[in-house]
Write a protein that binds this ligand. Structure first.
Ligand code: FES
Length: 622
């Protein structure tokens, strides 16, 4: 066995000769970004070997620059270990993304109150049961039923109760002097607690994304959002997109269980953090709502997603599900807590889009609205209350920062805004500290600015210095640098970045973004044809996604991501899916609306459209 040391953590581990660095990292619990799932395609798992340097493999030679190889950079998924080694893990590849944020439910609460009716089917009732005596030998269960009857609770004779609740009854009622709170849902007693806890009634909504998992803790009585936490989906170590995750489940039988465990653990961590922040007891959570894309939905439930990926793209189930926490192994909520999973639409348009349609009110608008959710899959919805159409287009992970040389997610240190004029470049980074990379909205801005200045041609070529508009200042022109693999543009100098490495956008990055934007725009064009309208007929465009709030609408239009519409008609709606999940948590009535949306929407399968390729090629141009 050989000894490996990881810096800056100073973690030591002994591994067998021949293990990869990635395997060693996994065994010490250090998670790094591996967008291609360790297949040696993305070049993102870059670590620095301080001692015990190895000869670069052909894949490393292809994906790393000569200078990087000389300095000791290698790919964690490709380098095998044969001697004692000291390895440094750069901060930008670590998966420590954790965010506390708000979904801004506040503005929606009035809307729910006015239009959708705030109200769940959960009822908490305080009962003073009175003690048993020789004259009153009613069993505990009868005593509770009589108590509920005196509070005018209906249908008592058919009241259901699980054995686990029956087991609790004798102890709870006696330890609380026969003063208890009973929680009822759908004619079932789902909990019994000591004393009066009627004020404590909470629910938690989850949006399980391929990259990020967000949880929102909500007061079910007032509708207030108490706390919200987002975490990286730990499954990203098995690949960035749903296809890699599905591929992982097919490698070994146990892998499906591994993916399910990873996601349930993340939900458990979010439950712990949100309840601690809000200073509430997690045993007072009685309801949870879950949305996500169809693959994440299947993985959370432990359903085999294999048939989602190949044509004809068949999920196991698309209808909504009302489950109990006990149906999900290791979920830390009380076993009787209701777990409501919103319905999906198709293999590639999931419950997150249903939730987005709900929260943006698209389903009842007279206006024709175009909704675009930007992620690894771009989901698009078009229509009005009359009828909605949807499709999903494989945009690739460029907007999530993967396959982009300095790309990263919309997390601390990510550039999310860029402006370039004749002389100056200004940018803004999340939390405004040292810069670590560029996220999707920053990329959209940067490319739109370079197109505006003529530095990127219509076909997407980054022009050479000599080809630049002569009116451009020297400061900007000298940022175009000839590299080994084509030209690149210097966005941030090394002295301004956290790891002191300059940030460039390369010709390859531009191609990746071009592919992503063309996929989205071609999807929009196909839906427009299907609905039989032209871009001018669209009355509003809604942009959603993890970095949705940061998107500069002007840049999105200029780079050809969305149709040209007056700016006031384009709106960023941020995480519409998470907000939709919260609304469903608070308003029982909306579940039926979601079912209807999933049933009535027309799904358009792009792979069966011969005109998609043609639209895609046209949309590649800037
Ligand atoms: Fe190592 Fe992609 S190249 S994870």
């Amino acid at each position: 066995m050989i000894k490996i040391t990881f810096l800056p953590d100073k973690k030591n581990i002994k591994v067998n000769e021949g293990a990869t660095i990635l395997e060693a990292l996994e065994s010490v619990g250090i998670n790094i970004n591996t967008p291609c799932g360790g297949k040696g395609i993305c070049g993102k798992c870059k670590i620095l070997i301080n001692k015990g340097i190895t000869t670069a493999t052909p894949i490393e030679e292809e994906l790393l620059s000569g200078e990087e190889i000389k300095k000791g950079f290698r790919l964690a998924c490709q380098t095998e270990l044969f001697k004692d080694t000291i390895i440094e893990i750069p901060s930008e590849i670590r998966l420590d993304f954790k965010k506390v944020f708000s979904s801004n439910l506040k503005g929606d609460i009035n809307r729910i109150k006015n239009n959708l009716s705030l109200g769940t089917n959960l009822k908490k009732v305080f009962l003073d049961l009175g003690k048993p005596s020789l004259d009153d030998q009613r069993p505990d269960w009868e005593r509770i039923k009589d108590g509920l009857s005196s509070k005018k609770i209906e249908n008592i004779s058919n009241l259901k109760v699980a054995v686990e609740i029956l087991k609790k009854i004798p102890d709870v009622i006696r330890k609380s002097d026969f003063k208890i709170t009973v929680t009822l849902q759908n004619n079932e007693i789902i909990d019994i607690e000591k004393g009066d806890t009627t004020k404590n009634s909470y629910g938690i909504a989850f949006d399980i994304g391929t990259t990020t998992v967000a949880g929102y803790l909500v007061n079910l009585k007032t509708g207030e959002e108490l706390s919200a936490v987002a975490k990286t989906n730990p499954q990203v170590v098995h690949g960035d997109d749903v296809i890699s995750r599905i591929g992982f489940t097919q490698k070994q039988k146990e892998n499906l269980e591994i993916l399910q465990k990873e996601i349930v653990n993340t939900l458990n961590e979010i439950i712990k953090e949100t309840t601690q922040r809000a200073k509430i007891n997690r045993s007072n959570i009685y309801e949870t709502v879950i949305v996500g894309n169809t693959c994440m939905h299947h993985l959370f439930l432990g359903l085999n997603p294999s048939n989602i990926a190949p044509s004809p793209y068949i999920p196991v189930i698309k209808k909504s599900l009302s489950l109990k926490a006990r149906d999900i192994p290791e979920l830390v909520l009380k076993p009787s807590v209701n777990v409501y999973m919103l319905p999906n639409i198709s293999a590639f348009v999931g419950a997150d889009i249903v939730a987005g349609i709900l929260s943006t009110s698209m389903w009842r608008e007279d206006k024709i609205i175009l909704f675009v959710d930007l992620g690894t899959n771009g989901e698009i919805v078009l229509g009005s209350r009359e009828r909605l159409w949807t499709c999903s287009t494989a945009a690739g992970p460029a907007f999530e920062g993967a396959r982009i040389s300095a790309g990263m997610r919309a997390a601390e240190g990510a550039i999310y805004k860029v402006k370039i004029d004749n002389k100056f470049i200004t940018y803004k980074a999340i939390k405004d500290g040292k810069v670590r990379g560029i996220c999707g909205s920053g990329l959209i801005d940067l490319i739109a600015e370079l197109v505006k200045l003529g530095l990127i041609s219509k076909s997407g070529k980054l022009v050479d210095r000599e080809e630049c508009n002569p009116e451009l200042s020297e400061e900007i022109r000298e940022r175009i640098i000839k590299g080994q693999k084509g030209s690149k543009f210097l966005l941030v100098k090394g002295k301004e970045t956290e790891n002191r490495k300059p940030i460039y956008i390369t010709q390859r990055d531009i191609r990746e973004v071009q592919l992503a934007k063309a996929a989205i725009y071609a999807g929009i064009k196909i839906l427009l044809k299907e609905v039989n309208i032209s871009p001018e007929d669209i009355q509003k465009i809604l942009l959603a996604g993890a970095f949705g709030n940061f998107i500069n609408k002007e840049s999105a239009i200029r780079m050809g991501l969305i149709p040209q519409l007056p700016l006031k008609k384009v709106e960023s709606v941020g995480n519409a899916a998470g907000r939709g999940a919260e609304i469903v948590l608070l308003s029982e009535k909306t579940r039926k609306i979601c079912e209807r949306i999933s049933k009535d929407i027309k799904y358009v399968e792009l792979s069966s459209r011969p005109d998609f390729q043609e639209e895609f090629i046209k949309a590649m141009f800037f």
